[in-house]
Ligand binder design. Structure first.
Ligand code: IPE
Ligand code: IPE
Ligand code: MG
Length: 249
């Protein structure tokens, strides 16, 4: 009987360079604790991003995927949304040269169509300007939602079936994955969520199937290298089995 990995759609990654995904949460509460407006917290959150990007490669991280703005975050008050996009603009303007210097390649994951025109331009400029980076892949999920990503991919695959390019019974995980925003990226090895919330909030629903999860009460603006080190050391204690049995013992 053939028992070898019959589904072949999840399994160990090909290298020991890590893909870490982060749900950066808690900016609002961080600001509230200081009696300041929420945008003050988002600005402090941006500092935490700068810090993390600069120290990630030395901890073996090759892909860093940050949840910056979800498809549900449009429900927030307009001034907050506008403030978040203004911060993004500022980050890209101020930081692109440094990102290039650091060997960082930036890609944005999410629905471009729904972005304000200025944000679209910034996103394109940043991707283009950092395209040669090879030390760290920084993926910023912006206007990203896991369910809508899956639906979008389903529609693309269904269109191929409709055109007779693909048989429904022969659809493979790779046909589907090549339509996701994360095409070409390995699945995350580790997901970190800050601020004590233990949920995924519509982040990378397909890609996180076998990812190790690390939840920390630290609010995002307080997240420093030491917290990354703690998360990585927690991750290294885990035994990833991918449905098989333990290697040792
Ligand atoms: C995360 O912090 C940043 C974004 C979602 C843009 P929050 O703004 O969600 O902060 P809390 O959860 O209200 O504290
Ligand atoms: C998730 O955080 C989205 C980002 C970090 C960008 P939220 O603060 O929006 O999530 P919920 O509403 O607490 O689930
Ligand atoms: Mg939140």
């Amino acid at each position: 009987m053939e028992t070898k990995n019959q589904t072949n759609d999840v399994g160990p990654g090909r290298s020991n360079l890590l893909h870490v995904a982060i749900i950066m949460d808690g900016n609002g509460r961080w600001a509230r604790k200081r009696d300041r407006p929420r945008l003050y917290g988002h600005r402090a959150g941006l500092e935490a991003v700068r810090h993390l990007v600069s120290c990630a490669p030395k901890h073996g991280i090759k892909h860093l995927t940050l949840f910056a703005f979800s498809t549900e975050n449009w429900r927030r008050p307009r001034p907050e949304v506008e403030g978040l996009f203004a911060l993004l603009q500022e980050y890209v303007k101020k930081e692109t040269a440094k990102l290039v210097e650091q060997g960082v390649r930036v890609r944005f994951l999410g629905e471009r169509k729904g972005l304000p025109d200025t944000a679209k331009k910034i996103v394109d400029r940043c991707e283009h300007g950092t395209a040669q980076g090879s030390r760290l892949n920084l993926n910023i999920a912006l206007n990203y939602g896991g369910r809508s990503e899956i639906l979008h991919a389903v529609r693309k695959v269904a269109a191929k079936v409709e055109k007779g390019m693909l048989k429904a019974a022969e659809i493979k995980a790779t046909d589907f994955e090549s339509q996701l925003f994360t095409r070409g990226l390995p699945d995350p090895d580790l997901l970190i969520r800050t601020s004590g919330e233990n949920r995924l909030s519509n982040f990378l629903l397909w890609q996180l199937a076998y990812t190790e999860l690390h939840f920390t009460p630290v609010l995002w603006p307080d997240f420093k290298e030491e917290h990354l080190v703690a998360a990585l050391s927690d991750f290294r204690q885990r035994e990833r089995r991918f449905g098989a049995i333990a290697n040792k013992g």
